[in-house]
Design a protein around this ligand. Sequence first.
Ligand code: ADP
Ligand code: MG
Length: 395
Amino acid sequence: MRTIDDLDVRGKRVLVRADLNVPLDGDRITDDGRIRASLPTINALRERGAKVIVCAHLGRPKGEVKPEFSLAPVARRLGELLGAEIAFASDVVGESARAVAAGLGDGQVALLENLRFEPGETSKDDAERGAFADRLAALAELYVGDGFGAVHRKHASVYDVPRRLPHAAGGLIVAEVGVLKRLTENVERPYAVVLGGSKVSDKLGVIDNLLDKADRILVGGGMVYTFLAAQGHQVGKSLLERDQIDTVREYLARAEKAGVEFVLPVDIVAATAFAADADHEVVPADAIPADRMGLDIGPASGRLFAERLAGTKTVFWNGPMGVFEMEPFAHGTRAIAQGLIDSGAFTVVGGGDSAAAVRTLGFDEAAFSHISTGGGASLEYLEGKTLPGLSALED
Ligand code: ADP
Ligand code: MG
């Protein structure tokens, strides 16, 4: 993969696909982690005298101009963090974008409005996407792909534009891919994978692929109830994907054959409702009452998981162990985060909510080896899929 060191960018207009998809409360950015992660590449290009045109998406406006999805608050924050004036285009590829791009001096930065205001960005129709990619590519002379969080999408700005311009990968993508390689090739052992969160079926593919690579797989969060059900236990009102029970049973059997250890919780915090003030109690994992739902792994499980992380050399963690947003159900996630830190292993946290959990529960981000900016993208990589944005950059 070419990097920006391989491009001669001085005096050139460089389109940078960044991932600036930050959580907003009204027009207040509640976590600017993704903006900060995009700074090194933008700064490197500025220092080399490029005219930097940043493009990115925010949320899912579905091809329509919706003011609540405007990147204007992101432009302000990006300007603050760069300590520079940002020229913000009020459209994506229209008059404003063309004027802003044409008016940039060397080392200056512009941001285009939300890519997903244009239906061509996410269109499944190659011609429609291509037509939009033509207009986007026409704004610049070079392309740098740095939006790791969107790299698994076959979208115009990710997949089609790099096929139209000389291109390179930005520093963030280079760093993220380097970490993912350490999780899939010549892995330092013992290698533990910790999975949780709510998107059960999203994460089963990762298990499928990592079953041959990991030494142990620890499961918590919402997906654990499908595992408990596969072992024949009642899970009450907990999250359950019935149509995945057979698949999970097959994974458990394959793991046993391959000598891969599955670590499941031995106790569960079971509540009467999905609410912070709901009545809750710790119950054995194989005896969840019919009228209760599991919202966290229990304290004995937290200790067990931390113990199974001790002595490992590589740990990948994706998905909170419980509903950490509510204090009574945050203990398991805290225990796992601490377990990663104490393991001394090469530790990678993937997933938007897992990264948010680490921050909101008060952990120092620097205590982990790497916190990924792209949950979906890293999961698809670990599933062994080809990521459209990476293959476009490699061509
Ligand atoms: P990530 O973004 O890290 O990949 P997910 O999006 O898959 O993680 O899941 C995060 C969500 O999972 C959190 O909002 C958390 O509240 C929820 N969650 C964790 N455990 C449970 C559970 N037992 N029941 C319901 N939701 C859960
Ligand atoms: Mg999530």
